[in-house]
Design a protein. Structure first.
Length: 454
């Protein structure tokens, strides 16, 4: 019996444990693409756009309506989404088209001068990076092609994966290694030396994640490097990286078929059994992953649900209402409006918005008319589509008033504690297996030594 295969198995199992905050929330299957896409983006409404150079078209997949096409006059291989529009282009060619997401009409078409290196989203539209004979031109345009700002630089840039942008900032990879930052509306640029040369850029909120082939990553803002992380994996130009909300980042590897998430608490990995051919971010909290068959998409959410604690429900003196109080927070700070209190009596539902007072929320619930048992709950939702309810117990009511004492809610383990317990249990089980394997190896060796001595 050898130790190394067992050790490798344990390490693989540990690496496959669910990533913190990652949930695969939905999937789309059998997308009827007629040719392989070369790029994809997801608009704010959940429409999935594909670059289909083999058909000189864009494909738009709406889950409730299916696939439709927007024909172009050229073979677009690359896409960018911003300001309610999708820009289509091919790196190294002069053509550009911008399509309105809502109407699906082509708002703007252009061809040259210059060859397009990249198009990235900015406030009010896009930044178009063009290579001219002696310099690089950067333009900020609206979806209709109006030029809002233009500047030129003579620094030599990389040919592919050259740029990332968000807010009013454009980040550029140079051949020599330093990272350049351009601010829309201003001349000149700033240079950032990271100590190594990045191969991938991903930007949101005006900041950028820069990653080098050895897996070193740096979060850079206009003030400089804010954070450095060792991803402990090799990274190549074809990898997909997305800057997420809260200065987090996700990296997808088509080679190892691993989704790697970087958060403030560390690095987590999630396996992608069907592989990854393309990926796109939506709203900085979701990533859509197209598998290797070009037919199926799985959606990973990086938004964690709200938490409700210290919740209580107390009848008023006359019993006509119930005072509800609770502490409500969200680990991602993206609550979708205020929580609400809910009373259920048979098929009758009474709700009341909760207002914030200090670090708690409160509401006065009117007792539903009728006789029976009313159940009281608190509900909170966030921008990531998560929704949680806490059961506060029941009260006996009659004619719109509380008549009997309430019963406490059922005692259940909080979701986060349960997940932590299960994760710890798996880790402890794997540790036991590893210790047992080591013991067997040494026990076997001791027996063999004893036989040799005899």
């Amino acid at each position: 019996m050898r130790l190394y295969p067992l050790l490798a198995l344990v390490l693989v199992c540990l690496a496959a444990l669910p990533a913190e905050g990652v949930r695969f929330i939905r999937s789309f299957e059998n997308i009827p693409l007629e040719s392989p896409p070369s790029d994809m983006v997801v608009d704010d409404g959940g429409g999935i756009w594909f670059a289909l150079p083999g058909q000189s078209a864009l494909g738009l997949y709406l889950p409730d309506m299916g696939l439709s096409y927007i024909r172009l006059g050229f073979k677009a291989t690359d896409l960018a989404h911003g300001a309610g529009a999708v820009a289509a282009y091919s790196t190294g060619l002069p053509e550009l088209a911008v399509v309105d997401v809502s109407s699906r009409r082509i708002l703007y078409e252009a061809s040259g001068p210059g060859m397009i290196n990249a198009v990235v989203p900015l406030d009010q539209g896009f930044a178009v990076i063009k290579r001219l004979p002696t310099l690089t031109q950067v333009q900020q345009i609206t979806p209709t092609g109006e030029v809002l700002w233009e500047t030129s630089i003579t620094v030599e840039l990389e040919s592919y994966g050259v740029a990332a942008g968000s807010g009013k900032y454009v980040w550029l990879r140079t051949v020599e290694g330093p990272l350049l930052m351009l601010e829309a509306g201003r001349e000149g640029y700033r240079e950032y030396r990271l100590g190594w040369k990045p191969v991938i850029l991903a930007s949101t909120g005006g900041k950028v994640w820069a990653i080098n082939p050895e897996g070193e990553a740096a979060l850079v803002s206009i003030r400089g490097v804010e954070r450095r992380v060792n991803l402990e994996t090799r990274v190549y130009l074809g990898y997909k990286a997305f800057a997420l909300a809260r200065d987090n980042m996700v990296l997808l590897s088509p080679v190892t078929e691993i989704l790697l998430e970087v958060t403030g608490s560390g690095i987590a990995r999630e396996g992608l059994p069907e592989g990854v051919s393309l990926a796109a971010s939506r709203g900085g909290i979701e990533v859509y992953v197209l598998d290797k068959s070009f037919r199926n998409i799985v959606v990973a959410s990086f938004s964690r649900p709200p938490t409700i604690s210290d919740a209580s429900a107390t009848p008023s003196g006359d019993g006509a209402s119930i005072s509800v109080r609770a502490r409500v927070s969200d680990p991602d700070d993206d609550l979708a409006g205020d929580p609400r209190a809910i009373a259920l009596l048979g098929t009758t539902v009474v709700t009341a918005p909760m207002t914030r007072s200090g670090d708690t929320y409160q509401a006065e619930l009117k007792v539903p008319e009728g006789d029976g048992t009313v159940r009281v709950m608190v509900e909170a939702s966030d921008m990531g589509g998560n929704s949680v309810r806490n059961d506060l117990g029941t009260f006996e009511v009659s004619a719109g008033k509380v008549k009997g004492a309430g019963t406490p809610p059922p005692q259940t383990a909080p979701q986060e504690d349960l997940q932590s317990f299960l994760l710890l249990s798996v880790e402890m089980a794997l540790l036991v297996v590893l210790i047992a394997a080591i013991g067997l190896v040494f026990f076997g060796r001791s027996r063999r030594r004893g036989r040799r001595k005899r």
